[in-house]
Design a protein. Sequence first.
Length: 263
Amino acid sequence: MSTYPPREELPPLGALCLDYTDDIHRPPGDPLNELSYQFPVIHEMVKDATVWNVVRKDEYSDETLQNYIDACNRLQQRGAVGVITSCGFLAQVQNRLAAAVEIPVATSSLIQLPFVSMVIGPSKLIGVLTFDAEVLGKAHFKGLGIGEELQSRIVVKGCPVGGVLRGMIIEGDPYIHDDLEKEMVSIAKELVGDNPSIGAIVLECTQMPPFARAVQKATGLPVYDAITMIDWFYSGLVTRIVPEDGRKEEGLRRRRRSAKELK
């Protein structure tokens, strides 16, 4: 089995923190909780990144983008080998941000949409569960370079207004795991019930990964989220160590070729 070097020897992954999330409970499974990974994560706050300055339909201004660039640069100076974020809606600045900083950047779980579209085949739809379905749209897909053809296969379902997740983020309601899980399972079932052709689900919101297993159990579908994206992202930034080959001598022989290879 391949493994990373010991945690203390690994360079950190940088995480952009929004300045409305410092008091949100983040259990294991959340992208900002180090227990979600085998590698260290360091955080950097982004200036003026309040909830409605982040969760929005229109493109961010160059001035707003600069706040994210500055935070990425600070993370690089602290030793980060790459940068993630704590909100899937930052998909809209993926290309702009990656072009402006020196280290790799992965802004959103939605980066996985093209990959998911290929592994489930062209006849199936992709379900996206999001914090706000009224906001998630063309600006975010454009930021990821996702064209109209793939967009036509994406079905978006949002958390209910006045629901548990939105209440926690917007109103400061308590984090009650069981209630959040019930809400996630409910909207996932509704999404698939209304769209039987869905072949996989992508969770946009960074508060959703702790409930990915429950969503998968309820729907029977592959589920991708910020954690699956970040695990893949870091695995390329810092390659794993593979076990020593205990059969090296066998590889020194000349390989026997079968008759069908000689045709």
